[in-house]
Ligand binder design. Sequence first.
Ligand code: HEM
Length: 412
Amino acid sequence: MNIAVDNFVYDPFAPEVMSNPLPYYEVLREHFPVYYAEQYDTFFLSRFQDALDFLSMPANVFVTNEGSVFNRPVLLRHNTAATSDPPTAPAMGSHLNYGAPIYELVRQAHGKQLRPGHVKRFEPFVRAMVRSKLDELIERKRFDLVHEFAGVISASTICHLFHIPVENATDVLDNINAMTRTDTDGFVEARAHQFALLEYVRPLVEARRAEGPDGSWPLVDGMLELRVEGRELTDMEIAINLMCVMVGGTETLPKVAAHGLLELRRHPDQLAEVRADLSNNCAVAAEEMNRFCGPAQWFGRTAREKTVVAGQVVEPGQRVVYLTQSANRDPREFDRPDQFRWNRSIPRTLAFGFGQHFCVGIHLARLEERIILQEFLSRIDDYDIDVDEATRNPATFQWGYSHMPVIVRSTF
Ligand code: HEM
């Protein structure tokens, strides 16, 4: 599809953009690298280096108190001055909406369990889970890679991290998928699903508080020991602050893993090269999957101070959005970026963001991707994807496959 440059309009909420934003990114990168959308009073950055420079700015020049994934009604409201962080009393909301230092305090309090040393301990669980899922699904010869396979794996891993029985993984996954649905206004309000997830976590926090945190469950113990402005957080505040790990850890990975297996199937030469040394090559292929298949299209921030971004003056209250998937396909950064190449050189990546809000789950994501690929390809010799039945729904934010049937032709 070719998009005309004359009278060009980019609107992430327009149905035609939601159904395939990639051609719009090409025009943005070439002709309007700092695109101003007047109706939203927002600048959109489409080039890799501009996005990286923007994300490298010191904390609190830009903030996320309006969120980092904006709904359209929020953007239609123009700010005439810097926006305020939410109050911390009587109840604190998610740390994702606060600037430094509160944001960092809360992230450090629970993020320890997502650091490499702790994440390594997840390997036996994830491998066993992937193997048992494959045992069950291969029998059927045809199954959904996104929901039934990778989705259940990521949700089970999150259940394991949260001490939720893994039998609940499908319910957790379904609630998260319902919560992250978007339409032409952005996220669809899904309070019942959000509440269902909070009610998995809150009682576990309550029980942990009663038994006494001993540091062996860093995710929750760190939050129980945390003091914000001199006070401890309530069970519900802790549950609310951990929601981002639950959602972030479940929603993206299945779409990346399934789409990556599709790209490998489309390129039999590459698939053969990956298969030649699964234990080393799967981690490499996963990086290209993250670049090429990442479903999140953009993240934004609101200016707190007057500043300059990519040569453009930005006033307090104005927003800047970086287009993740445009940056990932910028030919200034990547050679022939529209081609999937499993072992391309990726010296710098924006697939997990950068700077203050850099993905806290990157190590867990890489571990799961590596194991999913390795186990799938070591069990399944030949597979097809029923592309006609695969669904990639239009979306304002997470534009990724939600259903992808795989047909197992032969196994080892
Ligand atoms: C392939 C899988 C994944 C991809 C491609 C991905 C990508 C990203 C990106 C691009 C951001 C930056 C958002 C921004 O700039 O505002 C982000 C943030 C985040 N990710 Fe991931 N992620 C993945 C998996 C995970 C996992 C497994 C977890 C949790 C265990 C997780 C938890 C989070 C959280 C909590 C944030 C928000 C950080 C913040 O705003 O401070 N993600 N992720």
